[in-house]
Design a protein. Structure first.
Length: 276
């Protein structure tokens, strides 16, 4: 334990940031401007590209492989002052693994969560099982969720009586997942969220073209959720929104870049305890 304390004092400005492309690049840049040496971990090579030119100490690509592997990373690296979990709000297993590993390694951990949004006509659902219990007879429903969830979402919406439409990512895997879900080709749009010269224009056009009544999306916060809430009011859509999972208990949560920086600065010498 004494050896670890010495290493922390010698490396007190190092942060391990785990994030994607939504909030991560902005947070990494802000941390760098405030003097932190930042190591970033992302899942895919594509997710690493927005971090180019940010002056990171290091960037690693690939899944974390569970709490034991995270502990080994923490113990093999020069010590981090903090681990900052800024992964997607629905990546709940990653957040749980990070908490377990940080407790085991006596490693200070912060969770960055996008603030909850408001507005629009929203019906919060407890997962896709809740979608299957909706009454959607004669409704035209747009699935605006990740490709790996399309088979279950399509089955649930279809069972609830809806005619189902969806988007999928412009990749072989994305199209394969969508077609495997049983969606007709003319009910599919191949695009990335917020694609185009004016973000949201394509989503708006699709909802009008397909005469959509309801949109299945996630309470993930950020620009995508704000778009759907805005379109809900503009196009008279009902949002069937999958409720955000609760973060791991006992982890300190911040909801803005400013709050993150204040927390890091204010508790730098007195790390907040993470309760198992």
């Amino acid at each position: 334990m004494q050896g670890r304390s010495f290493r922390q004092n010698q490396n007190q400005d190092r942060i391990w940031l785990l994030a994607g492309t939504g909030d991560g690049p902005r947070l990494a840049a802000a941390l760098g401007r405030h003097g932190w040496q930042v190591t970033v971990s992302v899942v895919t090579a594509a997710a690493s590209r927005p971090y180019a030119g940010l002056g990171l100490e290091r960037i690693t690509v690939g899944p974390l492989q569970g709490p034991e592997a995270i502990v080994r990373t923490l113990q093999s690296e020069p010590a981090f002052s903090w681990v900052v979990d800024a992964t997607h709000p629905f990546a709940s297993q990653i957040s749980a693994d990070l908490k377990q590993a940080c407790v085991a390694a006596d490693q200070p951990l912060l969770r960055f969560e996008r603030p909850l949004e408001s507005g629009g006509t929203v019906r919060l659902l407890n997962g896709l099982a809740g979608l299957g219990r909706c009454s959607l007879d004669d409704q035209r429903v747009f699935l605006a969720i990740g490709g790996r969830h399309l088979p279950r979402a399509h089955a649930a919406a279809h069972a609830a009586g809806a005619e189902v439409f969806a988007r999928c990512l412009p990749s072989a895997d994305g199209l394969r997942q969508a077609l495997a879900a049983g969606l007709p080709q003319n009910h599919l749009a191949v695009l990335r969220p917020l694609q185009g010269d004016v973000p949201g224009d394509i989503e708006r056009a699709l909802c009008r073209r397909w005469r959509i009544d309801s949109v299945v999306c996630r309470q993930s916060g950020g620009v995508t959720e704000r778009l759907w809430r805005d379109l809900s009011g503009e196009l008279d859509l009902t949002l069937l929104m999958l409720r955000r999972p609760a973060p791991p208990a006992g982890v300190v949560i911040v909801n803005s870049e400013e709050a993150l920086l204040r927390c890091l600065a204010g508790t730098h010498q007195s790390p907040v305890e993470i309760k198992p």
